[in-house]
Design a protein around this ligand. Structure first.
Ligand code: NAI
Length: 351
C-alpha cells in the first residue's frame, strides 16, 4: 500500500460498501465527506459476502489491487459466518496489508443518554496476531487446539504506536490490559514489551491491569481510563464494551493503521437484524470518514464533521432508533449535513 500524501488533486480512496447495513452507512459517510469539498475519487470495490455472491470470491483480486494502489480505504462491515464458511476477510486484510494498529476513540456525546458522562478513552488493539492468527486444528474428534501467537516484534510495535499516539494527542496514561497471571509466557511477553517501550515515554504514566478487573473498572469508573493497550482478542471484546459506555455500536468509529496505509471502518458489524431497513445509525461510519479525512491531511474538514455530529446528537431532534429516536439513516445523514452548513454559515456571520 502506498503511504499517504496530501495534495490538492483528487485523492483516490478505495471504497468498500460491505455487507448488511454497510452500503447504507457507507453511502451516508460518503455524502457527508462530499459536503466538505475535499476532492476524493472513490474506487468502489466488492468484498465479503457481496463479492462472494457476485464473483465467487470474498476477496477479489481487484480489491487487493485497488488497496495496493490507493493505500487507503473507507470500509463497511463484512459478514463472517460463525463456525463455518471462509475465514474473516477483515483479519485477512489487516494481515495482508500489515495494518497492525486498530484505533477506536470512545467519547461521550451530549444528548446520548447512558449511565456515564465524560468518557474519553481510546482503545489501541494489536491487529495481526494472538488467537486471530487462525491457527486451529482438530487433534482428535472432540479435541481442538487454537494457537495464540504473541511476538516481541508485534508487541513492541503496538506499544510504541499507543505511546506515540498518547504523546501526539496529549494523553496522560497508557494502561496495558492482560491476563499474564494465567498466560505467563504470551501475555507476559506482551507486558514485558509494553514496559520496555513505556520507559522511553517518561511523561506518560504507564499502568497494567488484568483484563477481568479492567472490564469491571470500565463499567464502574470508565473516566479513569485514557489510552488502553490490548492484544487482539481482548481489544476486540473490550472495544464493543467501550462502545456500550457511550451509546452503542452506532456511534464509535475506528481505523486500522499500518506503516504504509490505513483502512477506516466503524466498530460495528453488518447488523443483519436491521439491514436494508434504513434504520442503521450512520454516525460511526461518518466519524470513521472524519478519521479518514484527518489521515489525508484535512484536519479542518474532519473537525467540521465531528462538530456537526456533536450538534445533531446534542439537539436530539433526529436520532436513529438505537439512540431512542425514530429517524432513518438518511434523515440522520441529512441532519449532519444540515448542521455542517448551519455551523459554517454561523461562523461566516461571526467573521
Ligand atoms: P453487529 O455489530 O453487526 O450487531 C450487534 C447489534 O448492534 C445488533 O443488534 C445490531 O442491530 C446493532 N448495531 C450494530 N451496528 C449498528 C448501527 N450502525 N446502528 C444501529 N444498530 C447497530 O454484530 P454481530 O451481530 O455480532 O455481527 C454480525 C456480522 O457482522 C457477523 O457476520 C460478524 O462477523 C460481522 N462483523 C463484522 C465486522 C467488520 O467487518 N468490521 C465487525 C463486527 C462484526
Amino acid at each position: 500500500m502506498k503511504k499517504d500524501s496530501s495534495s490538492n488533486s483528487a485523492r483516490v480512496v478505495t471504497l468498500i460498501p460491505g455487507d448488511g447495513i454497510g452500503p447504507e452507512v457507507i453511502s451516508a459517510a460518503v455524502a457527508v465527506i462530499e459536503q466538505t469539498g475535499v476532492k476524493i475519487r472513490w474506487d468502489e470495490q466488492l468484498a465479503g459476502m457481496a463479492a462472494f455472491k457476485r464473483v465467487g470470491n470474498p476477496v477479489p483480486d481487484a480489491l487487493i489491487k485497488s488497496l495496493r494502489q490507493t493505500g487507503v480505504a473507507l470500509k463497511g462491515p463484512l459478514e463472517t459466518r460463525v463456525g463455518e464458511g471462509y475465514r474473516s476477510i477483515n483479519v485477512y486484510l489487516r494481515k495482508t496489508f500489515n495494518l497492525y494498529a486498530n484505533l477506536r476513540p470512545v467519547h461521550s456525546f451530549k444528548g446520548v443518554h447512558t449511565p456515564f458522562r465524560d468518557v474519553d478513552l481510546v482503545v489501541v488493539r494489536e491487529n495481526t496476531e494472538d488467537l486471530y492468527a487462525g491457527l486451529e486444528h482438530q487433534i482428535t474428534p472432540g479435541v481442538v487446539e487454537s494457537i495464540k501467537v504473541i511476538t516481541a516484534k508485534a508487541s513492541r510495535r503496538i506499544a510504541r504506536f499507543a505511546f506515540e499516539y498518547a504523546r501526539r494527542e496529549g494523553r496522560a496514561c497508557v494502561t496495558a490490559i492482560h491476563k499474564a497471571n494465567i498466560m505467563k509466557l504470551s501475555d507476559g511477553l506482551f507486558l514485558k514489551c509494553a514496559r520496555e517501550i513505556s520507559s522511553e515515554f517518561s511523561e506518560i504514566r504507564y499502568e497494567e491491569q488484568i483484563v477481568d478487573a479492567a472490564c469491571m473498572r470500565l463499567v464502574t469508573d470508565p473516566q479513569s481510563f485514557d489510552v488502553l493497550l490490548l492484544e487482539n482478542l481482548y481489544g476486540d471484546i473490550v472495544s464493543d464494551l467501550c462502545a456500550g459506555l457511550v451509546g452503542g455500536l452506532g456511534v464509535v468509529p475506528g481505523a486500522n493503521y499500518g506503516d504504509k496505509g490505513a483502512i477506516f471502518e466503524a466498530v460495528h458489524g453488518t447488523a443483519p437484524d436491521i439491514a436494508g431497513k434504513g434504520l442503521a445509525n450512520p454516525i460511526a461510519a461518518i466519524l470513521s470518514g472524519a478519521m479518514l479525512l484527518e489521515f489525508l491531511g484535512h484536519a479542518h474538514e474532519s473537525r467540521r464533521i465531528r462538530l456537526a455530529v456533536g450538534d445533531v446528537l446534542q439537539s436530539g431532534a433526529t436520532l436513529t432508533r438505537d439512540l431512542g429516536g425514530s429517524a432513518t439513516t438518511m434523515q440522520m445523514t441529512d441532519a449532519v449535513i444540515g448542521a455542517m452548513h448551519s455551523s459554517a454559515s454561523s461562523a461566516a456571520d461571526r467573521a
